[in-house]
Design a protein around this ligand. Structure first.
Ligand code: SF4
Length: 231
């Protein structure tokens, strides 16, 4: 088993946060009416994508009826319905549709993960719950050693700053920073940190994040892969 598969097996078994364990399982038991015939995942949602990825995408946490139902990051809800078409246009995803773990979607040069792995009530994990989950993200960073880290939303952005022991960087959509290797990540090279608004409905339906703004993020991520200033 490769290191990511074995990490993911460990993540799926995790019960560190009692409130989230109870919530993820209750949502899976009660279900939303529209999905009453679905078998919900109801467990921590592992990362997925290309193990050789140079781009790591960090989201917030599973949606109750999205990835807590399907078992794959951003799959089966409105955020994923905005994200995957953009990744497909940019060449990072083999298809725009993401409905289930068996939909044949393949990510190229990209791995998608989250700050928290269990669906939280009101989409709000507590700081203590995010701290519990942080070691999993650290280990993904150690294994993948990404050149570009795209943070979807301020919570993911702050979590990455915490891991890299960096302070006083301001979250702003489209901003790029350079992160130097930290003792947490064991990284052998610096990484670019690229910040984006999260593709939540709250942002996409209000026009805070438009299709064009999001496409520019992925174009920028791609251009950073060929940027030599990190050498
Ligand atoms: S949020 Fe993370 S640390 Fe907490 S139970 Fe889920 S997987 Fe474990």
């Amino acid at each position: 088993m490769n290191p990511l598969d074995s990490l993911n097996q460990e993540i799926i078994q995790c019960h560190k946060c009692p409130r989230l364990v109870e919530w993820r399982e209750e949502v899976a038991r009660v279900k939303r009416k529209a999905y009453k015939d679905h078998e919900y995942w109801g467990k921590p949602v592992p990362g997925f994508g290309d193990p050789q990825a140079r781009v790591l995408v960090v989201g917030l946490a599973p949606g109750a009826h999205g990835s807590n139902r399907t078992g794959r990051q951003f799959t089966g809800d409105a955020s994923g319905g905005f994200l995957f078409p953009a990744l497909h246009r940019a060449g990072f995803a083999s298809q725009a549709e993401a409905e289930s773990r068996s939909d044949r979607l393949v990510l190229k040069d990209m791995y998608i993960t989250a700050s928290g792995r269990c669906a939280p009530p009101d989409n709000k994990p507590s700081p203590a719950e995010l701290n519990n989950c942080q070691p999993y993200l650290e280990r993904e960073l150690q294994i993948i050693q990404p050149k570009v880290i795209v943070c979807l939303g301020k919570i993911a952005f702050d979590r990455i700053l915490k891991i890299f022991a960096v302070r006083n960087l301001k979250f702003s959509h489209g901003v790029v920073y350079t992160l130097h290797p930290s003792s947490f990540t064991h990284s052998v090279h610096p990484s670019f940190l690229l910040a984006s608004y999260h593709p939540s409905q709250q942002n996409t339906l209000t026009g805070k994040l438009t299709v064009d703004m999001f496409d520019q993020i992925w174009r920028k991520a791609k251009s950073l892969l060929y940027d030599e200033t990190l050498a």
